[in-house]
Design a protein around this ligand. Structure first.
Ligand code: NAG
Ligand code: NAG
Ligand code: NAG
Ligand code: NAG
Ligand code: NAG
Length: 433
């Protein structure tokens, strides 16, 4: 799920040089110039100066921001209502014939991807597939198959010569060429994105950045005030993990290129081609049904139990002001661009899905509620003495059974699960080292 060791070590160094007065009087920052920008004196880093200058004159930027706000208005509408505003574009997009068993799931930090990863690990395990697993658990962030890098051979358990990898669903920075070397060409790529405002604030909490800010700026300040102050001068986020166009970074665009609009557009076109489905965390169940249809999997394959991972940290949600949000937009333009593009594509795809898509989502949610309730009961008896749960068939699914063992799998946290699967794989492949 997470790697706690990649705390913002660099942030400490940067922030120790920072003197900031929260109530908007003046900001001082070593290594940055004070420049006249947007009608006022601002601290602009060398790094950001060009970025802001370019973005602020860009029509595309303004268009993306408006589209982002438009889609946010949808938050209060049902999917049925949203679909009415999308044009109908012809025939059903879901035409799979055979279960797809060579799949890469691109994990994206703070975007709900741990739950999806659990689904992939379970699919791989129950179907006897070869999952790319970490080689050892005694290294930093062992669950990363590439730690802040592309796939790294030296972190991945080596399979016997006549075996090939079927599933990759652990963290590594995406790069099509490198993934193809591991997977071959007949592979489906799935990604996930989250509203960039939520992804960003989740990362600032999760990686401990907010605590550093509080130590520095004052105990009395609320989370929101701290983040507002920083968003006035987001360049101090340099080198803090997962706060600067982080979703794009996970998908393989360097931070340097993420502030270059033509690089962003070019890379977005590539991703649009290479990734078959980008899920949207805000529409999690709908995303899973799209995935099920794309991969020809069963309802049981995409079943999950919502786990409130880091529930304490998750609870600390804050509402950014419009000004904060706009500041964040300017700083993380590329991630907004990415999200808006794939959210639009996602809605279009639902619009083009036949076979009672929305009713299937409802069916899935009902089944998931039963499974969640059953699994929680089952958990209290240590998954051992629970009678199997039967989920009745529907027009989208055969009848299927959930066992205590399924529950245990769905309710086990990432790291423990990986260790179990690694031990199992060592036995299966006869790996002794
Ligand atoms: C790959 O992993 C090894 C061992 O953890 C590390 O020494 C090396 O620097 C990594 N390579 C890359 C490109 O990250
Ligand atoms: C694959 O290799 C293993 C040993 O490495 C061997 O036992 C097995 O028979 C081989 N399978 C095929 C299909 O060649
Ligand atoms: C921006 O990206 C384009 C297209 O990839 C590239 O040609 C150009 O050199 C980049 N500009 C800078 C300043 O890096
Ligand atoms: C954020 O806004 C939502 C909706 O307007 C509201 O329900 C929630 O209580 C707010 N949260 C905080 C921490 O202010
Ligand atoms: C729960 O079951 C597992 C094996 O399935 C066992 O290792 C563990 O000790 C049990 N825990 C409790 C509290 O009974």
């Amino acid at each position: 799920m997470l790697c706690n060791t990649d705390k913002p070590r660099y942030c400490i160094i940067v922030l120790n040089l920072l003197l900031i007065q929260v109530n908007g009087i003046e900001n001082y920052y070593h290594g940055f110039n004070i420049e006249r920008f947007g009608g006022q004196n601002r601290m602009i880093s060398f790094f950001d100066r060009e970025h802001i200058a370019k973005l602020s004159s860009s029509k595309l930027e303004k268009d993306i921001y408006l589209r982002y706000l438009d889609y946010n208005k949808y938050n209060t509408l049902s999917l049925e209502q949203i679909m009415e505003t999308f044009p109908n574009k012809g025939k059903d997009v879901n035409t799979c014939t055979q279960p797809q068993k060579k799949v890469v799931f691109l994990k994206v930090h703070k975007a709900g991807s741990t739950t999806v990863q659990n689904i992939f690990l379970r699919y791989g395990d129950t179907h006897g597939l070869n999952i790319a697993l970490p080689k050892a658990y005694d290294m930093e962030c062992f669950n990363y198959l590439g730690f802040q890098s592309i796939l790294n051979h030296s972190r991945i358990m080596k399979l016997p010569k006549n075996k090939t990898i079927d599933i990759i669903c652990n963290h590594a920075i995406y790069n099509k060429k490198v993934f193809t070397e591991f997977m071959g060409f007949d592979t489906t790529y799935i990604g996930i994105l989250r509203d960039p405002v939520n992804q960003w604030s989740s990362a600032t909490f999760f990686y401990g950045f907010i605590e550093y800010l509080r130590d520095l700026l004052g105990e009395h300040l609320e989370d929101r005030q701290l983040l507002s102050a920083v968003l006035e001068e987001p360049s101090i986020f340099h080198d803090c993990p997962h706060t600067h166009n982080s979703m794009f970074e996970d998908l393989g665009l360097s931070i340097k290129d993420s502030v270059n609009q033509s690089a962003v557009e070019n890379y977005l076109r590539l991703l649009d081609n290479e990734i078959s489905l980008v899920m949207i965390m805000e529409y999690f169940d709908e995303s899973l049904i799209l995935m099920k249809r794309l991969l020809c999997w069963d309802i049981k394959d995409i079943m999950y139990v919502p786990l409130n991972i880091n529930s304490e940290k998750m609870k600390r949600k804050i509402n950014l002001t419009d000004k904060d949000q706009h500041n964040l937009f300017k700083y993380n333009y590329a991630d907004f661009r990415l999200y808006v593009h794939f959210k639009e594509k996602f809605f279009n795809r639902i619009k083009q899905s036949g076979n009672n898509f929305l009713a299937e989502v409802k069916y899935f949610q009902n089944a998931r509620n039963s499974v969640t309730e059953y699994c929680k009961r089952c958990q209290s008896s240590n998954f051992s003495s629970c009678t199997d749960l039967k989920i009745l068939s529907s027009e989208w699914s055969e009848q299927f059974i959930i066992t205590g063992k399924d529950c245990r799998f769905m309710m086990t946290q990432e790291e423990s699960l990986l260790v179990e699967l690694m031990n199992k794989a060592r036995q299966k492949y006869g790996i002794t080292h």
